[in-house]
Design a protein around this ligand. Structure first.
Ligand SMILES: [Zn+2]
Length: 80
């Protein structure tokens, strides 16, 4: 049996209050949780940047975009 077991890592976004999930290999998740200094990007090299950000910050991609676009608006308003 050499089959890789995948699991859904649940992530509750504090901004939109929606439960999201990221699919990771079960063994990688166990290793990551047992290693305090583990780095998300190197622990799950198959995840894209957005999924990694979601694991690190808990904030989903939609809210990231929303937060960043809001920040741009604030900066633009200060300039004028
Ligand atoms: Zn969100």
């Amino acid at each position: 049996m050499n089959e890789e077991l995948w699991t859904e890592l649940p992530i509750f976004c504090p901004e939109c209050h929606i439960m999201h999930s990221v699919k990771v290999k079960y063994n990688d998740l166990i290793k990551y949780m047992n290693t305090p200094s583990a780095n998300v990007v190197s622990s799950f090299p198959y995840l894209n940047k957005d999924d990694c950000e979601m694991i690190i910050s808990g904030i989903c991609n939609n809210c990231w975009n929303w937060l960043f676009s809001n920040e741009d608006i604030t900066k633009a308003e200060k300039k004028s």
